[in-house]
Design a protein around this ligand. Structure first.
Ligand SMILES: Cc1cc2nc3c(=O)[nH]c(=O)nc-3n(C[C@H](O)[C@H](O)[C@H](O)COP(=O)(O)OP(=O)(O)OC[C@H]3O[C@@H](n4cnc5c(N)ncnc54)[C@H](O)[C@@H]3O)c2cc1C
Length: 554
């Protein structure tokens, strides 16, 4: 069905009945749709002030309802999904497959697809590849990693159901000339694998013959998956209204959330949902006020990747709070990585090269998972660190495999190109390199000499790093790569119960209101886990799908 056809749905007779009884709020402005990623560089170490603006936060005071006179159309449905990201798609498909009438509204011109990995356990793709993952162990690790600030049953639901649900998605994909492949990512060959476990959970849905990641490079293929889900949901009757930003939830006084008012071409549209409204509007990554309030760590990375730009402004969270919802307890986690291949960093940012701070000093074992490495750097003066390596780096690189796994992609030409662009520093001597970095030459030379000694002796006496990940740094020219990190998304969301139903200040269910994906809290806490690559997509689509199906009984 075309978008124009979608917009021609009939008006509702319930309009007058509901008219007076809504709690509503001021609309949020509709952001324009941009297809490409927006990569924004923040000033080094800049963190917005954690002080609330005078008069409180804008999610604390419900705005005036959008006047009835501005509402030009009313639709009715069983399930209304706010946001066409991976969570919204999963919810829509799940609901449509059990025969529910579904409307999805999305503020962008199309759905939002990012990255490539989708985490699942016990899929047939994994079984075929001989991969067996101890599910109980994974559940225990995820719960422990979050300090049990999560609903264990939701973690378990993902772990137990993701395999069979992904088998279903795989069937759908294969019927559409696609294939589903596994990628090993973030493999960390640690000496204490129990401390930093990593599982082959990342499924990539890709068109047959199309470019895909071998593991090391960033090839965003997720649009194939979302495109397929959208087509399948439409085939089952779901309506997708794009360029239709939700503005205010409609809640009967003290009672049920019954729908939403959204901006539409030429005015506002009201959509009423008999079974439930699902907030799947994603994270608050782009909303500095929310980041300050709930996840100040997300303000620190030098680079922010907003894709699509304007999507993750926290609209759904704000609307839900106007209707009485609360956020999951702090601390909220964020996905903060070094990401190769998109002009931010070379792979070395993910790898186990020697790292030094602005005093030229080594400050820890570099053999840690990507996000964890980033955390350690934030404790260094000025939050600065460089990876330092010599001209044998291609040999070292092929041994590491500590970030995204796969073949070494950055040959010398790539590194030299980065030097020309000023992304990497190069000098014939360590003194010259220290000068280019702006660090004390004596300290850098001492750090390099000590590291080289440990590498040759096969024992890191300072930080206990695995010897096979250490290489002498002797062969000039020498290189230094300033390490930058990027914020992908925040992953803290609305306070939900074990049924994904949104809770109010008294921890009571708000009837009719549900959340999925990054808008749903209580699945991650403290820190985003890297144990199960693709987990953020995996939990969004699996729990969203299950929620969609369950709404049949709502
Ligand atoms: C560059 C990048 C790569 C990534 N790669 C991976 C990966 O490979 N694997 C992985 O697991 N995770 C990855 N992530 C994280 C992952 O993409 C997110 O966690 C995931 O997309 C969250 O899904 P969601 O459906 O909850 O939210 P989103 O995907 O953000 O979707 C929310 C949707 O709601 C819409 N919306 C917002 N407000 C409104 C409104 N008012 N009205 C209507 N619609 C609205 C938005 O426009 C958006 O389309 C990546 C993130 C980035 C930035």
């Amino acid at each position: 069905m075309s978008k124009d056809e979608n917009n021609k749905a009939p008006e509702s007779g319930r309009r007058l009945f509901l008219k007076q009884s809504f709690l509503a709020g001021v609309g949020v402005s509709a952001a324009g749709s941009l297809g490409a990623a927006q990569i924004l560089e923040a000033p080094q170490g800049a963190a917005p002030s954690p002080v609330a603006p005078a008069g409180g936060h804008n999610w604390e005071v419900a705005p005036a309802p959008i006047p009835e006179s501005k509402i030009t159309q009313t639709l009715e449905t069983d399930v209304l999904v706010l946001g066409a990201g991976i969570a919204g798609m999963g919810t829509a498909l799940g609901a449509a497959e059990v025969g529910l009438k579904v409307v999805v509204i999305e503020k962008m011109r199309t759905f939002s697809a990012r990255g490539m990995h989708n985490g699942a356990i016990d899929s047939r793709v994994q079984k075929k590849a001989g991969i067996r993952i101890d599910r109980e162990r994974v559940i225990a690790e995820l719960v422990a990693f979050a300090g049990n600030r999560v609903h264990q049953n939701l973690v378990r639901l993902w772990a137990e159901k993701s395999g069979e649900i992904f088998d279903h998605f795989t069937d759908l994909a294969e019927a559409r000339d696609m294939e589903v492949v596994l990628t090993d990512t973030f493999l960390v060959g640690r000496k204490f694998p129990d401390l930093y476990p990593g599982y082959t959970t990342a499924h990539t849905f890709v068109k047959k013959g199309a470019a895909r990641s071998s593991g090391n490079e960033y090839v965003p293929t997720q649009e194939y998956f979302l495109g397929m889900m959208e087509a399948e949901a439409k085939a089952k009757g779901a309506q997708f209204l794009y360029s239709t930003p939700a503005q205010q939830l409609l809640r009967e006084k003290g009672g049920r959330v019954v729908g939403v008012v959204a901006k539409s071409k030429g005015g506002f549209i009201r959509i009423l949902a008999r079974k439930g409204v699902v907030v799947a509007t994603g994270s608050y990554t782009e909303n500095p006020e929310m980041v300050n309030a709930w996840c100040p760590a997300a303000a620190v990375p030098e680079v922010k990747i907003y894709t699509p730009f304007g999507g993750n402004t926290g609209d759904g969270l704000r609307m839900a709070m106007w209707a009485g919802a609360t956020m999951q307890p702090l601390p909220h986690p964020a996905m903060i990585h070094t990401i190769p291949g998109i002009g931010i960093d070379l792979m070395a940012g993910n790898q186990s090269f020697l790292q030094v701070n602005k005093f030229g000093q080594r400050f820890g074992s570099e053999a840690l998972p990507n996000q964890t490495l980033y955390n350690g750097r934030t404790l260094q003066p000025g939050k600065k660190a460089w990876a330092v390596f010599d001209s044998n780096y291609e040999r070292d690189f092929s041994t590491f495999k500590t970030g995204f796994d796969g073949p070494v992609l950055e040959d010398r030409a790539a590194l030299e190109a980065s030097v020309k662009k000023g992304l990497a520093l190069k000098a014939d001597t360590l003194e010259g390199l220290a000068q280019a970095m702006g660090v004390p030459a004596g300290a850098l030379k001492a750090s390099v000499a000590r590291y080289t000694k440990f590498a040759k002796e096969g024992r890191d006496q300072d930080f206990g790093k695995e010897p096979y990940l250490m290489f002498p740094i002797e062969q000039g020219p020498f290189f230094a790569l300033p390490i930058k990190s990027c914020l992908l998304v925040t992953v803290g969301g609305l306070n939900v119960d074990q049924d994904m139903q949104v809770l109010d200040k008294r921890d009571e269910q708000i009837p009719g209101l549900y959340a999925a994906g990054n808008a749903m809290g209580n699945f991650f806490a403290n820190e985003y886990p890297l144990h199960c690559p693709g987990l953020s997509h995996g939990r969004a689509v699996v729990l969203g799908y299950i929620l969609g199906q369950r709404l049949a009984k709502a």
